[in-house]
Write a protein that binds this ligand. Structure first.
Ligand code: NAG
Ligand code: NAG
Ligand code: NAG
Ligand code: NAG
Ligand code: NAG
Ligand code: NAG
Length: 669
């Protein structure tokens, strides 16, 4: 009894020892003493690399000593379980081969075995070898010669590459076999595999899952295997892998094995990591990604650039036509004007009139101070004639003209560039409580200057230039307080001798000669009429029409006329001057003002004579009294007697305003 027990105990002890030996766990292979051959090696960071970049090669790694796999009492194969994490990393996503296998082998001498589809375990003679091999293959190629089901399967091979059973690589997320998920073996990502064999029911189970998923309950492959008949007493356990014509790296990150029991779980935190850019494919996809990002960025930059340029282009877009080529020097670049006026900022605004706004500016390259007048115009019609006028006006040279330097044209907009006049317009010094009261001497000087400029326009140049809008607010003062005739925007040109062809009355109320309303023709004589109004303005220090004045004094001409008739013309003079004026000059200017403002155009002196009178080279002609009333009745017959104004001059004024169209300047030609 006792010896029997003894023997039993000894056997028990022996098998226990062998079972204990067959229980190992490698979380990384840094310290493992595996039996390697072929191209298999342990990388410095502890990865078991079965194959590398070499082609048509095989690699093996086995636990160093064989394990006793058979129960000597029952003669049956022992149960076992194993778990490992592997990764198959192809160089090109679509070209790879051939997979790896977990192997039970009687001999580790696999020199007879072939690479490629033979997985480094078998050869063309199939079961010709004396070696006993049971392999669980993770096959990434479909070899019809071996009856492979596809190129991503798990199979059980017994001494032959032709599997006895196989299954598509997949896992089940549900315990009842539902939640089927395909699993790509060549994804390059770590995959955990469990292989379990129970001698009780003779079932060999293979289970797969990505490493972030716990072990599925339902195995991928569960097959009846009579392992007892397939193994010898001692078997080596390990891995085999092979490559064919395409570079594929096969890695094992960790492995545990146990005979007669459940395998302990691997410690993921201790596993070595896979090489970062192991394959060119991911490197290339990284490069492609970067390239895409870069090209998107580039595209964005280009689009933003184009938008910026288009905006900038439209901001500075000008209208330029062939006929303008000859005006090159007078043509300004809009960008320069834009910069000069700081983008037409309000703080640069000098004033705004019926025709547009005037901005102060400094030309960027030359530092010349300019006044830029913005005139809006809708129609293209007549613009070329107008520009021609502008350009020829630009050629006028007189010390009492505010020089027109040039123009610029944009869609719906015309810009006229004038010499900048430091002291602004004369009306500011005459009306509305001026900061500086102009002395009589200055006023007379300005009057003479304006007269000489007007004389130049009418007779001193190759063409007759009718200014058409002489008034105090269009007379500018330079830094020396010289009067300069400005605003040629309204001027019309016509050659000497030809009939003026004006069709629209343009000008300012109170300065419009009565015949303008009938003929609509601006002439040098209508300019003289306006000049008369200007003379009275300067001498009397008030506007030609002052609505707030007492009824009979609303119209300045009438008021002066009234004093003249009463023989007290000097009383019409600017009360602000007091006695500070030269009586003869004041009297002459007032009378000349009346003379020039005569309703009968024939009674008005030409500018040549006006000049001489002012210079005291010629005597002042008598003012004929009768023309005034005759004109009034003529106006009344013209159909304007219903206005209800008894005052003839005021009637004139309204008659003119009725046909005055300011915008006619550009559109009405
Ligand atoms: C072998 O089988 C016998 C009888 O079933 C059992 O008692 C013993 O534990 C087994 N030994 C091993 C190592 O599994
Ligand atoms: C395979 O069998 C052939 C004959 O059928 C033999 O010549 C050859 O050596 C065998 N190969 C191996 C590797 O056993
Ligand atoms: C899994 O893969 C097989 C074979 O490629 C295919 O027939 C099946 O539709 C796939 N199943 C899923 C859920 O993707
Ligand atoms: C193998 O899988 C089957 C079916 O899921 C199961 O009944 C059996 O217990 C499994 N065997 C092992 C050893 O896990
Ligand atoms: C082969 O494997 C499948 C899938 O695991 C299984 O259902 C079938 O029973 C197996 N065949 C044998 C003969 O065990
Ligand atoms: C398994 O193989 C052994 C040895 O070859 C044999 O005795 C046994 O009957 C087989 N079992 C089954 C279920 O086929």
């Amino acid at each position: 009894m006792f010896p029997m027990n003894m023997i039993f105990f000894l056997i028990l002890t022996l098998t226990t020892v062998s079972a204990q030996d067959a229980d190992f766990t490698y979380n990384g292979f840094g310290a493992a003493k595996l039996r390697l051959d072929g191209i298999a090696e342990i990388t410095p960071n502890g990865l078991l690399r079965l194959t590398d970049t070499r082609l048509l090669a095989k690699g093996h790694a086995f636990y160093p000593s064989p394990l006793r796999f058979r129960n000597s009492t029952t003669g049956k194969a022992l149960s076992f379980s194993t778990s490992f994490i592997f990764a198959i990393v192809p160089k090109y996503p679509d070209l790879f081969g051939h997979g790896l296998a977990f192997v039970l082998a009687h001999s580790v001498d696999l020199s007879y075995a072939l690479p490629s589809q033979y997985l480094g375990l078998f050869n063309a003679n199939n079961s010709d070898s004396s070696n006993q091999i049971v392999a669980i293959e993770f096959d990434t190629n479909m070899n019809p010669e071996f009856g492979d089901i596809d190129n991503n399967h798990v199979g059980i091979d017994v001494s032959s590459p032709r599997s006895i059973n196989s299954s598509h690589a997949a896992y089940f997320t549900n315990d009842n076999g539902a939640g089927f998920k395909n699993l790509s073996l060549v994804s390059g990502k770590p995959i955990q595999a469990w292989i379990e064999y129970s001698h009780m029911d003779g079932l060999l189970n293979v289970t797969l899952a990505p490493i972030d998923i716990p072990k599925p309950v339902v195995p991928c492959l569960s097959s009846n295997v009579n392992l007892s008949s397939l193994i010898s007493d001692d078997m080596y356990v390990g891995f085999s892998s092979s490559v064919g014509n395409f570079i594929t790296c096969h890695y094992i990150l960790g492995w545990s094995f146990k005979l007669n029991g459940r395998v302990p779980a691997l410690d993921f935190s201790r596993l070595p990591s896979l090489p970062h850019t192991p394959s060119k494919s991911s490197l290339e996809s990284w490069k492609i990604g970067l390239l895409i990002i870069l090209s998107i960025l580039l595209l964005l930059i280009i689009i933003i650039g184009i938008i910026f340029l288009v905006k900038r282009e439209s901001k500075f877009r000008e209208v330029f036509e062939d006929w303008e080529l000859e005006y090159g020097p007078q043509r300004f670049c809009y960008k320069d004007l834009f910069l000069a006026t700081m983008g037409f900022k309000d703080q640069q605004l000098l004033g705004a009139g019926g025709f547009g706004r005037v901005y102060k500016g400094v030309l960027p390259k030359t530092d010349i101070q300019v006044a830029v007048k913005q005139v809006s115009h809708e129609s293209r019609q007549g613009i070329s004639e107008f520009i021609a006028e502008i350009v020829s006006i630009g050629r006028l040279r007189h010390r009492n003209l505010a020089q027109l330097l040039g123009y610029c044209r944009r869609k719906g907009e015309l810009l006229l560039v004038y010499e900048f006049m430091t002291n602004g317009s004369l009306d500011k010094f005459l009306f509305n409580q001026p900061k500086l009261m102009l002395s009589w001497g200055r006023r007379f000087h300005i009057i003479k200057g304006v007269a000489s400029a007007l004389y130049y326009l009418h007779e001193g140049w190759e063409k007759v230039v009718v200014h058409r809008d002489i008034k105090a607010s269009n007379i500018l003062l330079d830094d020396q307080m010289n009067g300069r005739v400005g605003d040629f925007g309204l001027a019309r040109l016509y050659d000497h001798g030809t009939d003026p062809q004006t069709t629209h009355v343009v000008g300012t109320l109170g300065y419009l000669a009565p015949e303008l309303s009938k003929t609509g023709k601006a002439t040098t004589s209508t300019d003289v009429f306006a000049f008369g109004g200007f003379l009275l303005e300067v001498a009397c220090g008030r506007r030609p029409i002052e609505i707030r004045a007492s009824e009979e004094d609303v119209v300045l001409v009438d008021k002066v006329l009234k004093y003249w008739k009463a023989g007290t013309i000097l009383e019409a003079g600017d009360p602000n001057l007091g006695n500070e004026y030269i009586v003869e000059e004041m009297e002459m200017v007032l009378k000349l003002g009346l003379l020039c403002s005569h309703p009968n155009s024939n009674s008005r002196p030409p500018m040549r004579l006006v000049m001489r009178i002012l210079e005291r080279d010629a005597p002042l002609p008598e003012i004929s009294e009768d023309g005034w009333n005759a004109e009034i009745s003529a106006m009344a017959e013209g159909g304007f007697d219903n206005i209800g104004m008894s005052d003839g001059s005021l009637l004139n004024m309204f008659a003119c305003s009725a046909s005055t169209t300011e915008s006619a300047l550009l559109t009405g030609r």
